[in-house]
Write a protein that binds this ligand. Structure first.
Ligand code: HEC
Ligand code: HEC
Length: 217
């Protein structure tokens, strides 16, 4: 909604029709309308976060308990996709599935935008040597063993994108758990095939090392 308005408003201002009364009126009207819908959406999202999400994920999406993933700074589309997967059962979680089912799917986007706009924090690296070996695996992969560079999908900074989740700053425990779940096929949503293949080629030590590196980003 925000980008629609940004694009539309900017176009109107730079267009030669800009001074035309009708068009200007239409632009003002659509601006006001989209502005109020947007405000309503984000107010609803904020209320949902306060009441339903913040106890576990933190009000700013930087959860303090490592059992709960940080959501700050994740791409809104990725968040929406995961919520849909919890609802459909494609991704299984005894905690998240019932919560996602209480939401109206129309609310997913606002929640995604809310968490996407929060500033992500980093975790603490306790073992620099381990983090250095994790960095090598993350950035370069291991060609001989057919392990692709993680950075190729999740980006070199770990920021991710709409298809690939942000990993930078995430709790180590959560990263390790998810990688183990992919490896054992316990996490098996629609987008998980790649990760299930990648993790089957990783040892426990490699999983720990890459998590040690990523939490510090
Ligand atoms: C009682 C604690 C709890 C509450 C409340 C909660 N969550 Fe979660 N959430 C979790 C746990 C635990 C996981 C990890 C699930 C797993 O192991 O796959 C998770 C995972 C997620 C993920 C997937 C993140 C990823 O890295 O892929 C999203 C998105 C999410 N929650 C959104 C929400 C939203 C939005 C709300 C509020 C409407 C919410 N959660 C409320 C505990 C909670
Ligand atoms: C070919 C692309 C690709 C490569 C290479 C890749 N990943 Fe992923 N990764 C994904 C996708 C897609 C997902 C989301 C899976 C889903 O939706 O269940 C994901 C999810 C994850 C998650 C779960 C994050 C969360 O918040 O739930 C972790 C952890 C992860 N990847 C770590 C790694 C590591 C470490 C490597 C390198 C050893 C790696 N990935 C390589 C595509 C990739």
């Amino acid at each position: 909604m925000k980008s629609d308005c940004g694009g539309t408003c900017a176009n109107f201002q730079s267009s030669p029709w800009h001074t035309g009364f009708l068009i200007q009126t239409a632009a003002v009207l659509s601006f006001l309308l989209s502005g109020s819908v947007q405000a309503a959406d984000s107010a609803t999202a904020k209320a949902l976060v306060v009441n339903l999400c913040s106890a576990c994920h933190g009000l700013d999406g930087n959860s303090t308990d490592p059992k709960f993933p940080k959501l700050a700074g994740r791409h809104p589309e990725y968040l929406v996709r995961e919520l849909k997967e919890f609802v459909s059962g494609a991704r299984k979680s005894d905690i998240m599935t019932p919560i996602a089912k209480t939401l109206d799917p129309d609310e997913f986007k606002g929640l995604g935008e809310y968490f996407g706009a929060q500033k992500p924090g980093s975790g603490v690296v306790l073992d620099q040597k381990m983090a250095a070996s994790g960095m090598k695996l993350y950035q370069d992969g291991d060609e001989e063993r057919g392990v692709p560079a993680c950075s190729g999908c999740h980006s070199s900074t770990g920021a991710g994108s709409k298809r690939f989740p942000r990993l930078a700053g995430q709790h180590k425990e959560y990263l390790i758990q998810q990688m183990q779940d992919f490896r054992s096929d316990a996490r098996s949503g629609a987008g998980s095939r790649l990760m299930r293949e990648v993790t089957k080629r990783l040892s426990d030590d490699e999983i720990k090392a890459v998590a040690e590196y990523l939490t510090g980003l």
